[in-house]
Design a protein around this ligand. Structure first.
Ligand code: MSP
Length: 593
């Protein structure tokens, strides 16, 4: 039997999650360079969120992970509107010591805790309009079968062996730690207790025989994969960080625990005295969902995009690809990494009592309002801070005033009495800028607006490819401002429908603004699906005209017929997004005190 020192044996260090939090906790990396990504535009695409631990109720960080995946997936559906071409999975991670202990503390059977908290995640995702196609629980039978199969493949390929592990184990971080990563801290009873240097969580001494995966053999293949595909991990600083980690020796990885220590998990096939390590169990969920080990899974793998938080990068970018290569499969196509939400400058934690309940936020700011806030303000490269006033300010200015105001200005009865999409007059707004003719009314800034909005869908797609959804929203918001400027400049409320001189230009101004709104509505669908639906319905855009392939912005300007000219606008169903007025602000303040 092999004896392995804790310094050499790397047990999926959650401590590395913590150090990564430190590395990427600040803004010094800036934003990643732009460029069109290598996302597969044809064929199938499979998006995944991490599966969420069920030791505690969901918070806004969890919702953020799920929203990023949801927006990516919805944007993909706008590009390729074939339902069977896109799959999106999420779920709950229900095994391991962390859950076993949380259940014991709560005085519940582990299965009962899992049922309760998994149901909370499912309810939250339903309420937040997360359009996943699959929800997996690792306690399901189909998952145990997939994990067993995966284990047997690794074993048959000679990649598992038995070794003795002796060292510290941190249950809340689910990782083994070398001595150098442990310190002593005064506990509540006054006695000094060993804790993880990085997370501060208690550790205990462990000595046991485990199954070990020959991870060290995969350092080179994983490096090659990352070198060959510079977009495998996005944003770029995370790709770079993984390559840096791989500069160091990659020790073998312990992949089981003694069942007497960890009974809440999947037993090692043929050896009930050992339970499969929770990270191996959890990672295989991505295969279970697509039918592994049945051959059908191959139509989805490796066309996969994993959306993950920075704290679980090492598990996804080193251990998972190594396990996959070991089992004869390809690594996932893309790993999109995001940073974390803090609250009023502090890490969110139960002990600090500052955990933000996402359901309260959805209720207070509306589902689409809160979705917009998290995706507009969340920047993958660095941590973002949450506070209520920030939400109110953003939503009032961008959704209520700028976007809602623009729609109102162009559809209000007073200005658009016929309630239709007016005609565009090419004599007032000719294709060629700078023409001098009596009918011409368009100015240089108007051409700039048309050019900005015409290039917006491509720009937005590039931001999605680069996992910079906040930049996509920033670009939309900037065009909304530009369009408001256009309307302000030409003051259609001063033009007269009765005047043969004014009328064609008045129609053109409204036509251009409505066309811009149509583009914004189409592009906002992945982030604010309900609000976008309301906007597009008000413009009279039918369900089959809402994909990116059908966008055709301002056709008449480009010399083509426009299907919207003369079309009746949809019924007015009130404000697009009501202001979160002062009374709401008071409510928020009262809640915080
Ligand atoms: N169960 C593992 C994942 C296994 S995937 C095979 C896990 N679960 S978790 O519940 O702790 O975290 C799930 C996701 O939530 C991770 O992507 C994590 O980064 C994210 N977040 C947890 N806290 C967060 C914030 N404060 N802010 C943003 N995202 C955060 O890890």
């Amino acid at each position: 039997m092999l004896r392995i020192s804790p310094l050499r044996l790397l047990w999926c260090t959650r401590s590395s999650r913590v150090s990564l939090l430190k590395v990427f906790g600040s803004r010094h990396y800036g934003s990643c360079p732009l460029g069109v990504g290598n996302e597969v535009r044809e064929g199938r695409a499979y998006f995944t969120t991490p599966i969420f631990y069920v030791n505690a109720a969901p918070h806004i960080g969890h919702l953020y992970s799920a929203l990023l995946a949801d927006a990516l997936c919805r944007h993909r559906r706008l590009r390729v509107p074939v339902a069977s071409a896109t799959r999106f999975s999420t779920g709950t991670d229900e095994h391991g010591l962390k859950i076993q202990q949380a259940a014991a503390i709560a005085g519940l059977a582990p299965a009962e805790l899992c049922d309760r908290v998994s149901a909370q995640f499912q309810q939250l995702f339903r309420e937040a309009n997360i359009a996943s196609t699959d929800f997996i629980r690792t306690t399901e039978v189909r998952h145990r079968l997939a994990v067993h199969h995966f284990w047997e493949v690794l074993k048959a390929r000679g990649l598992l062996y038995k070794g003795l592990y002796e060292g510290w184990y941190c249950a809340s971080d689910e990782c083994f730690l070398p001595e150098a990563k442990v310190t002593r801290q005064q506990g509540p009873s006054g006695v000094a207790c060993p804790v993880s240097l990085e997370s501060g969580h208690p550790v205990s001494w462990t000595r046991e025989e485990n199954y070990i995966f020959r991870l060290s053999q995969f350092r080179e293949p994983v490096r090659r994969w990352l070198r060959d595909d510079p977009q495998a991990i996005t944003p770029e600083p995370f790709h770079h960080a993984v390559l840096q980690w791989l500069e160091e020796e990659l020790p073998d990885l312990s992949v089981s625990r003694r069942s007497s220590q960890l009974h809440w998990g999947i037993p090692v096939p043929g050896d009930n005295s050992q339970t499969i390590y929770v990270w191996l169990d959890a990672l295989v969920n991505y295969l279970t969902v697509i039918g592994y080990p049945d051959a059908e899974f191959k139509s989805w793998w490796p066309a996969t995009s994993h959306i993950i938080g920075k704290d679980i990068l090492k598990f996804h970018a080193i251990y998972w690809p190594a396990l996959l290569i070991g089992a004869g499969m390809s690594p996932p196509r893309r790993i999109f990494v995001h940073s974390h939400w803090t609250v009023c400058g502090q890490k969110m934690s139960k002990s600090l009592g500052n955990v933000v309940d996402p359901r309260t936020c959805l209720d207070r700011y509306t589902v689409d309002g809160f979705r917009y806030f998290l995706l507009r303000q969340g920047v993958p490269n660095w941590d973002c801070d949450y506070y209520d006033e920030k939400v109110v300010k953003l939503l009032d200015s961008e959704l209520a005033d700028a976007l809602g105001g623009l729609l109102n200005r162009c559809t209000a009865k007073r200005i658009n009495p016929s309630g239709t999409y007016p005609a565009f007059c090419t004599a007032c707004f000719p294709r060629k800028p700078g023409l001098v003719a009596p009918m011409v009314r368009a100015q240089a800034e108007d051409y700039a607006l048309v050019s900005s909005v015409a290039s917006l869908p491509k720009q937005v797609a590039e931001h999605y490819d680069n996992f910079q959804i906040y930049k996509a929203l920033e670009a939309v918001s900037s065009c909304v401002r530009q369009t408001n400027g256009f309307v302000q400049r030409h003051a259609p409320w001063k033009l007269n429908w009765e005047s043969p001189v004014d009328a064609p230009w008045l129609g053109t101004v409204l036509h251009v603004a409505l066309e811009c709104l149509r583009v914004f509505g189409t592009l906002l669908q992945p982030v604010t699906p309900t609000l976008a639906d309301k906007l597009l319905s008000r413009l009279g855009v039918s369900a089959t005209e809402r994909g990116l392939g059908e966008l055709h912005f301002l056709s008449r300007f480009y010399g083509h017929p426009c299907p919207f000219e003369g079309r009746r606008l949809g019924p007015d169903t009130g404000l697009l997004f009501p202001r979160l007025d002062q009374s709401r602000m008071w409510m928020v303040k009262a809640h915080r005190t």
